[in-house]
Design a protein around this ligand. Structure first.
Ligand code: CA
Length: 306
């Protein structure tokens, strides 16, 4: 089978770690490059975490370091959810430093996209600063991008602010640039992330699934994205699940804008399902997910990580 070429833009992050594992071990995806961006924790930590994960998985994928802070707004991390280092709870091996490119993430993305015979799918599971910079600096890349499948945003309420989701609210201007880029977008946000749960009985099964399962179990114990007993939210895996198993989702094609000047709602994704704004659709929004099937898919996918 021909593998689908993707670039993952990430900020590991406990749920990032699992999403990356599933992508790397999938027979259908070819991870060409992993780029990092400050988000859950600092750029330095998310990059080290990425290099540690690759050493742990035994996968040699080039890594490029991206933006250290958002375009305009001040940087605020999520170490309250992921712990100070971003991946607390498991004793990872040393970072595999030789995988780190000297190129900046934006330049590395441009090169990989332009060199690819087949259009690349971008999979941002973090704030969109790197992707916005890519389109601003090298708009020519758009012609060789198949689509963007992102974790971020919400058609309902938020998890960073009342109406704003973390990845979008961390850099709202970048998000708006990406939504206005003209590149096809799939948005898998809180509408599905809040229902993509790993329940305690799943965690016990996952624990038995080799070393990746054991790692996942230990990270889950520390993860405050939901509680261990009521279900852990696998936000970032929702983007990977869309690539591998789109039938899990109900999707609406619509216009999405990002609120940039709200007095209380900055960073809100305005998902115009009823067409009030009279704009052409610019995104497919994942409105609902089959939570039960997602759990099965997630366990099957982790079981393949060997
Ligand atoms: Ca993330």
């Amino acid at each position: 089978m021909k593998k689908r070429p993707i670039i993952i833009d990430t900020d590991p992050g406990i749920d990032d770690a699992l999403a990356i594992a599933i992508a790397l071990f999938s027979e259908e995806l070819d991870v060409k490059l992993i780029t990092t961006v400050a988000g859950n924790v600092s750029l330095e930590n998310v990059t080290l975490n990425t290099l540690r994960l690759l050493n742990f998985f035994g996968k040699d994928v080039p890594v490029a370091k991206g933006a250290e802070k958002p375009l305009i707004v001040e940087f605020v991390d999520a170490s309250n959810v992921h712990g100070k280092t971003g991946m607390e709870g498991y004793d990872f091996p040393e970072p595999k430093e030789e995988l780190l490119l000297s190129e900046h993430a934006v330049n590395a993305m441009r090169r990989v996209i332009m060199e690819s015979e087949e259009p690349i799918t971008l999979v941002p599971i973090a704030t969109l600063t790197n992707i916005a910079l890519l389109f601003a600096m090298y708009p020519e890349v758009k012609s060789n991008i198949k689509e963007i499948v992102m974790m971020g945003g919400s058609a309902a309420r938020g998890n960073k602010g009342v109406m704003s989701e973390f990845n979008i609210a961390t850099d709202p201007e970048a998000a708006q640039m990406v939504f206005q880029s003209g590149v096809p977008i799939v948005m898998a946000g809180l509408d599905v992330g809040l229902k993509a749960l790993v329940m305690p009985e799943d965690s016990e099964e996952i624990k038995q699934m080799g070393k990746v399962g054991d790692m996942a179990y230990h990270l889950f114990k520390k993860y405050r994205g939901g509680s261990f007993s009521t279900g852990l939210k696998m936000y970032d895996s929702c983007a990977i699940a869309y690539l591998l198993c789109p039938e899990l989702y109900n999707v609406e094609e619509t216009y999405v804008g990002v609120e940039l000047r709200g007095t209380m709602t900055t960073g809100c994704t305005v998902v115009d399902l009823r067409g009030y704004l009279k704009r052409e659709p610019n995104a497919k929004v994942c409105m609902d997910i089959d939570g039960k099937k997602f759990r099965e898919w997630f366990k099957e996918s982790i079981a393949k990580c060997i």
